[in-house]
Ligand binder design. Structure first.
Ligand code: NAD
Ligand code: UDP
Ligand code: UDP
Length: 319
């Protein structure tokens, strides 16, 4: 019989990264024990330094492309660089992280009978021809382009999760995360929200790639983490994939003007070439998450940007 008084032991791979550190905070706050495994490629000890004295927290410097032997009840597999600048820096390692990392974490979950959640991505839809994206859309992904190491790596990881589920009866959860932002993003991360905020705070030009008419739908980190934890704790027969994100859709020009309005200052917009295979539009259909998890985002882009701007303001000592 399940012992409900027992402490939940959780492994978070990528736990020193942006999302992983917020997830770790939430799990520790509710009384779980957390082992954070990270190779610090894009993550930072700064994101977890406030936890190092917590007896229920443990940090292990480890690369998930190598086997890991540990005993836990649940595994959140977040290890993987998420920003195009970082995942394209060493694309072979990016695919290895997604694919070998998934195999190792699934092998671990199989051995110890742990439930395992995969941080998948809206990138599995590529440059989507179905809008907004529903989970049954198979996507439009270039297998040989500069984004493929990330997109195809994540698609293969989803395949592995579903095959371990069918073949070995593993309890899996596959979550497709749409663009998420907030405090603890790396200032040089290269993603659009952190780029625009850092540029605006430092009075530099705001770099718009292409004509700025491409769209994204931005989710504040607290909303995303709430959705992630409720998905992990949902009934075993709900395995996903499930979209988690904020359906409010903005062009990059709209985002830039909102950031400029909130930060003030005199940054100018400058236009730079659009990177190849950059998706033209992206918006989650979150009907499934609403129905199955009773989850929906609550933080508007304006309010989320204000919190994120305050974080970068202190970090950069800009004003
Ligand atoms: P991040 O770069 O801040 O975090 C990734 C973490 O994984 C970092 O701490 C990094 O050091 C670690 N890592 C990378 N390779 C590793 C390896 N081989 N072994 C161990 N650790 C490794 O990015 P994030 O935004 O926090 O993303 C976390 C996860 O969520 C990723 O899997 C990403 O693909 C997924 N995701 C994020 C978003 C988003 O908008 N933030 C969107 C879709 C999917
Ligand atoms: N693995 C791991 N920790 C474990 C068990 C397995 O890291 O506790 C890794 C190991 O590298 C293995 C992979 O997970 O190759 C896949 O394990 P599985 O049992 O599915 O297949 P195997 O390759 O062992 O037949
Ligand atoms: N982008 C931009 N300026 C920047 C960084 C990104 O206009 O300084 C654009 C990028 O071309 C893309 C969108 O913003 O169309 C979102 O980019 P990001 O790297 O944040 O995420 P992803 O493309 O993976 O959704």
């Amino acid at each position: 019989m399940k012992n409900y008084n027992k402490i939940n032991r959780v492994l978070v791979t990528g736990g020193a990264g942006f999302l992983g550190s917020h997830l770790t905070d939430k799990l520790l706050a509710r009384g779980d024990e957390v082992v954070c495994v990270d190779n610090l490629f894009t993550g930072s000890k700064r994101n977890i330094e406030h936890l190092l004295k917590n007896p229920r927290f443990e940090f292990v410097r480890h690369d998930v492309t190598f086997p890991l032997y540990i005993e836990v009840d649940q595994i959140y597999n977040l290890a993987c660089p998420a920003s195009p600048v970082h995942y394209q820096y060493d694309p072979v390692q990016t695919t290895k992280t997604s694919v070998h990392g998934a195999i190792n974490m699934l092998g671990l979950a199989k051995r110890i009978g742990a439930r395992i959640l995969q941080a998948s991505t809206s990138e599995v839809y590529g440059d989507p021809s179905v809008h907004p994206q529903t989970e049954d859309y198979w996507g439009n992904v270039n297998p040989i382009g500069i984004r493929s190491c990330y997109d195809e790596g994540k698609r293969c990881a989803e395949t592995l999760f579903f095959d371990y589920h069918r073949q070995h009866a593993l309890e899996i959860k596959v979550m497709r995360i749409f663009n998420t932002y907030g405090p603890r993003m790396h200032p040089n991360d290269g993603r659009v929200v952190s780029n625009f905020i850092v540029q605006a705070l430092q009075g530099e030009d705001i770099t718009i790639f292409g004509d700025g008419q491409q769209t994204r739908s931005f989710c504040y980190v607290d909303d995303l983490i709430t959705g992630m934890v409720s998905f992990m704790d949902s009934p075993a027969d709900f395995v996903g994939p499930v979209n988690i994100g904020n359906p409010s859709e903005f062009t990059m020009l709209e985002l830039a003007s909102m950031v400029l309005q909130l930060v003030g200052g005199k940054s100018q917009l400058v236009f730079r070439p659009l990177p190849s295979d950059d998706p033209r539009q992206r918006q989650p259909d979150i009907s499934l998450a609403k129905t199955k998890l009773a989850w929906q985002p609550t933080v508007s882009l304006e309010n989320g940007l204000k919190k994120t701007i305050s974080y970068f303001d202190v970090l950069l000592g800009s004003r």
